[in-house]
Ligand binder design. Structure first.
Ligand SMILES: [Zn+2]
Length: 84
């Protein structure tokens, strides 16, 4: 469902900006980014907007299957590293 995903990405970019949830870098085109489920689908996470964040494909992959607190910790660490 590429069209749905694109619409979701645009909606997330309107809400949060085309900013990677993890590293905090802004991207020109949110459609090149991936949708991160903060709480993974496999752990009962929903597709509701509040559970979704935009993230770079690489950052999303590195965050992998971390728990939500571990993801937030990683995000804080990377934001600090970027001086955000
Ligand atoms: Zn990133």
């Amino acid at each position: 469902m590429p069209k749905n995903r694109d619409a979701e990405k645009r909606a997330l970019a309107r809400r949060d900006g085309a900013v990677c949830f993890y590293c905090g870098r802004t991207r020109k085109n949110p459609l090149t980014m991936t949708i991160e489920h903060l709480l993974p689908r496999s752990h009962g996470g929903s597709n509701a907007m509040e559970n979704l964040r935009l993230a770079d494909a690489l950052c999303n992959k590195l965050a992998g299957r971390l728990s939500v607190p571990a993801k937030l910790e990683l995000r804080a660490k990377w934001h600090a590293a970027e001086g955000l």
